[in-house]
Design a protein around this ligand. Structure first.
Ligand code: 5GP
Ligand code: ZN
Length: 112
């Protein structure tokens, strides 16, 4: 089954990479919603947080552990928002787990 983020993780589709290691990739969102808008994805396919198992949780833990370094690289370590839309009603449009990293402007809460 074709998956756009698997293709980005595999280098078949180019992306503006911010951080990469064996487990994950961070790259700039094509349609940024804030001055900083980066997507954090696991390299291996997981549909969303609704499918997380033990191995997936380890992957997610690894991704969370990298946030301080990634935000420092982007110069937004003081204030940022992490969002994962899970399912169509929550706004998920790409069915490969991703965390939006957003920063550089004021954000509303609740998000609407
Ligand atoms: P979702 O709506 O699933 O929470 O977020 C998907 C995000 O992926 C959107 O913010 C959208 O702009 C971004 N996106 C979709 N296709 C591509 C692509 O080919 N390249 C990049 N860099 N971002 C993409
Ligand atoms: Zn995928």
């Amino acid at each position: 089954m074709s998956c756009i983020f698997c293709d980005i993780a595999g280098g078949k589709i180019p992306s503006q990479k911010v951080y990469e290691d064996d487990v994950m990739l961070a790259f700039k969102d094509l349609n940024p919603q804030a001055p900083v808008h980066v997507l954090l994805i696991p390299k291996s396919h997981i549909d969303s947080l609704a499918q997380i198992d033990g191995a997936g949780a380890q992957t997610v833990a690894h991704m969370m552990e990298k946030i301080p370094a990634i935000t420092k690289t982007l110069g937004c370590e003081e204030s940022f928002r992490i969002v994962s839309n899970c399912g169509a009603q929550a706004g998920q449009s790409v069915m490969h787990l991703h965390f939006h990293l957003l920063a550089g402007r004021q954000f509303a809460w609740p998000p609407g």
